[in-house]
Design a protein around this ligand. Sequence first.
Ligand code: DQA
Length: 144
Amino acid sequence: MKIQIINGPNLNLLGVREPSVYGKMGFNDYLAQLRVAYPQVEIDYYQNNSEGELINKIHEVGFSCDGVVLNAGAYTHTSVALLDAIKAVSSPVIEVHISNVHQREEFRHHSIISAGCKGVICGFGLDSYRLAIEAILQAKNSLQ
Ligand code: DQA
């Protein structure tokens, strides 16, 4: 079982960036907790601030892993290219957001990438990532 987490722009600054919105924990600390909680799952992590690099990563892993957990950051609201990349691959992609984007500025209410994703989880803080992993595991188990 292999799950790829992909974080987009500015998410390298988790723990430092707007802690009132995104919390005080850095992603590496959270990732360590996730790996302890799911020893049976290989959880790979990738972060990049560039749209093209995120697309390259989706192409690279999107035909072989069991699921992609994608927080595309602000590209969520702008990137047709990311939507196309998500639609191009065969692995299910779960869109996640740490904050509840619907409680925030109006420009965050619309996601361009949701149309290509299997589902969307937002508003649960870093726990949004765990919930996405649960969704991937649940879908996989219900097929067996
Ligand atoms: C975010 C929400 C986006 O609107 C924002 O641009 C981010 C983070 C979230 O996780 O809540 O960078 O994806």
